[in-house]
Design a protein around this ligand. Structure first.
Ligand SMILES: [Ca+2]
Ligand SMILES: [Ca+2]
Length: 232
């Protein structure tokens, strides 16, 4: 479990104040030392603008825009978009728009995918976005980074393989499920660090889990994932 020295980013929940449709869900986020996770939830009202109180809105021009995307484990849902939807800069215009989101197949427990940024970069932010009226709204995933240089590097570790044992560095484990019966909404997650560099990575691995197993529809509708980085 090397590299999993989790520190809780213990910022208290700011409840939904009267008249406000945004909620801050920073609790339950675990991240590597010096990595900070911010979670905003637009609920019950949200718009196609994906505008959040703190999390930046999705970008059409970021280091992931031209990343090579690879399905590492699991199956995509044929009712949804391919992994390209994660980096195309386009956003769903409605809270339940399968064709504008990537999600793992119904009835499966999730899976994993990888971004290849093309070269080692200094990653300063990883921002993920999702939107659904029900249990496919929240995000539950772990993200790892690698420069690909470790002798034991496995570029595509399947489920059951601990990525930290094969050349990956754990960055954060995200769980934005709110403490409310209604889990729908538009979620924005921003992973960053006060010192400017989350790490130097060419590859990012996202290991996604379902938000619930009460039915077959617990896989998150992921609308976009941005990587903010500089090539140096
Ligand atoms: Ca983008
Ligand atoms: Ca998109």
């Amino acid at each position: 479990m090397t590299g999993r020295l989790a520190v809780c980013v213990a910022v208290s929940v700011v409840g939904v104040a009267a008249g406000h449709a945004a909620q801050q869900l920073d609790r339950q986020q675990h991240a590597a030392p010096n990595v900070v996770v911010i979670v905003d939830r637009n609920w019950p009202a949200a718009t196609k603008a994906f505008k959040f109180p703190r999390v930046p809105s999705p970008s059409k021009d970021d280091a992931a825009t031209h990343a090579k995307r690879l399905m590492v484990d699991g199956e995509m849902d044929q009712n949804g978009a391919t992994l390209a939807a994660l980096t195309d800069g386009l956003l769903p215009t409605d809270e339940d728009e399968p064709g504008a989101n990537f999600f793992f197949d119904a009835g499966t427990s999730g899976g994993s995918f990888r971004f290849d940024l093309g070269q080692v970069m200094t990653v300063t932010q990883i921002n993920s976005y999702s939107w659904h009226p029900n249990t496919r709204g929240p995000q539950v995933y772990a993200v790892y980074g690698s420069d690909g240089s470790a002798p034991a590097f496995n570029p595509a570790p399947k489920g059951g393989v601990d990525p930290t044992a094969v050349g990956w560095t754990w960055i954060a484990s995200i769980d934005t499920r709110p403490g409310t019966a209604d889990r729908g909404g538009q979620y924005g997650v921003s992973i960053s660090t006060p010192n400017g560099a989350v790490g130097r990575f060419q590859y990012l691995l996202f290991v996604c889990a379902v938000t619930e197993t009460d039915d077959d529809y617990g896989n998150t509708f992921y609308s976009e994932i941005d990587v903010i980085a500089k090539a140096s």
